[in-house]
Design a protein around this ligand. Structure first.
Ligand code: SF4
Length: 333
């Protein structure tokens, strides 16, 4: 996992260190193709894996990708730039006809019978890996520490996506001439006097415009961008730091069940909490006992009650259940 340089610089401005690798979500040997199996409830399509969305890409990253004219995804980006329904000075958008579920960065990934991202290469690698949008850069099927990682990456997405949008607006307003800026951001409710032209002097050089956006973003720098993001940017930074500080898995003093779902596979159940991609196969009676016993009581008492019911549960299993959000810390009574 390598974060795009822009995202890495933005994260570095608010975190003590960048997040480590995510080996459980390794694309080189995708753990999700070939499922359903003992630890997931549906398979990713083998010919697309999780890249079943057509992501929006902000202008600053479109331009960064276009800096290398021989880049593997330049042609697919050019096709999107040439579609006036899906390209504005703010970046490229999913095509208008794409169903809403595939437009949403939280739900669009890893769906069967879904569109395949135009930037995915024949070997299933990402053609814009070093400049992919935050929606892609923060999506992992199985974060290293399960629920903690999931929460961290969702917070990272919220932070980075806000900065992407802020950067896109900021550099667009710096580069567009006043008439084009007015067409892009008209006064609400006021019909423009003439047919709006959102490109202005860049109409015949959209690729040059996008490259200029990338250059502007580099000049802007993380501190100025975060200031431009205002109070919400500061709030997202606080949320991100909190999520980073709470990563990891440990046994809590008290334990209760989380948002648990289960699916039967023969004599076993797959239980999963934070994600259907990251389950755990367990005997059905053990799942029943855990659901009954883990009710907010001290963890040691829950383990003793499970042993009395004939289920020896060691730390490793408890930690695996906590990692998946099947069990969570309970408040003190
Ligand atoms: S941009 Fe890259 S990571 Fe994102 S969906 Fe497309 S191929 Fe996958």
């Amino acid at each position: 996992m390598t974060l795009p340089a822009l995202h890495a610089s933005w994260l570095s401005s608010v975190l003590d260190s960048l997040p480590g690798p995510e080996p459980r979500s390794g694309c080189g040997a995708c753990p999700m193709v070939g499922a359903p199996s003992e630890d997931t409830v549906f398979a990713f399509p083998a010919d697309a894996r999780c890249c079943t969305t057509i992501p929006a890409i902000p202008n600053v990253l479109v331009g960064a990708a276009l800096r290398d004219p021989a880049g593997p995804a330049v042609e697919s980006l050019r096709a999107r730039i040439s579609d006036p329904r899906a390209c504005t000075p703010l970046g490229v958008e999913p095509p208008p006809g794409l169903p809403a579920a595939f437009r949403d960065p939280l739900t669009g990934y890893a769906r069967a019978r879904a569109p395949r991202c135009p930037h995915q290469q024949a070997d299933l690698t990402c053609g814009i890996h070093d400049t992919r949008p935050a929606a892609c850069a923060t999506w992992f099927c199985r974060p290293a520490d399960g629920l903690g990682g999931h929460r961290f990456w969702r917070a990272a997405f919220a932070f980075l996506h806000l900065l992407e949008e802020t950067a896109a607006r900021t550099v667009a307003l710096r580069l567009l001439d006043p008439a084009a800026a007015e067409a892009l951001f008209p006064v609400p409710g006021v019909r423009p006097a003439e047919r709006p032209d959102v490109w202005g002097r860049w109409a015949d050089d959209k690729e040059g415009y996008f490259r200029a956006c990338a250059d502007e973003a580099d000049r802007l720098g993380p501190a100025a961008l975060l200031a431009a993001a205002g109070p919400l940017g500061a709030h997202r930074a606080v949320q991100l730091r909190a999520a980073a500080a709470s990563r990891g898995v440990s046994l809590p003093a008290r334990i209760t069940t989380g948002d648990v779902r289960r699916r039967s596979f023969g004599p076993s159940d797959v239980v999963f909490g934070y994600s259907p991609h990251d389950g755990l196969e367990l005997p059905g009676p053990l799942v029943d006992a855990i659901s009954t016993v883990c009710d907010g009581r001290p963890t040691a008492d829950a383990r003793a009650a499970l042993a009395l019911a004939g289920h020896a549960v060691d730390d490793g299993l408890l930690l695996a259940l906590i990692e998946r959000g099947v069990l969570v810390e309970a408040p003190a009574r």
